[in-house]
Design a protein around this ligand. Structure first.
Ligand code: HEC
Length: 109
């Protein structure tokens, strides 16, 4: 159901990068640096949106929104032996994280 509540963004509105920053801090930063180019448990996510994968074994030319969405839905469905273990994220969380990563990559250009 879709309630068009006053003062809230309309239903089906664009992903929320500011919310995505918070979700990413909670869900990704245990293993990834978000603001520094250095590797933590996984590669840095700084500027990852739109760039070539730095990891082996993923069938993508670049980390586009659709590639990231597939990856964040289930990394193992993309790369069977990946070490990235991610408890499921809601669609909203995925969209907001991707919006955040896109905005962050934009700001580096
Ligand atoms: C438990 C640790 C862990 C968590 C949590 C985690 N990752 Fe990862 N991530 C990894 C590891 C390890 C790799 C390298 C995987 C490989 O080589 O197969 C990786 C790889 C990646 C890559 C590929 C990067 C590149 O340079 O090609 C992306 C994109 C990514 N993770 C995004 C995320 C996002 C976004 C989140 C939060 C929603 C997240 N990860 C949460 C461990 C994690």
């Amino acid at each position: 159901m879709c309630l068009g509540l006053l003062l809230l963004p309309p239903c089906g509105s664009a992903a929320d990068a500011a919310r995505g920053a918070i979700v990413a801090k909670v869900r990704c930063s245990p293993c990834h640096h978000l603001d520094a180019p250095s590797t933590h448990i996984g590669p840095s996510l700084l500027g990852v949106y739109g760039r070539k994968p730095s990891i082996e074994g993923v069938p993508f030319q670049e980390w586009s929104a659709s590639a990231l969405d597939l990856w964040l839905r289930n990394p193992r469905a993309v790369k069977l032996n990946t070490k990235m273990q991610l408890p499921p994220l809601s669609k909203r969380d995925r969209q907001d994280i991707i919006a955040y990563l896109a905005q962050q990559a934009d700001s580096l250009r």
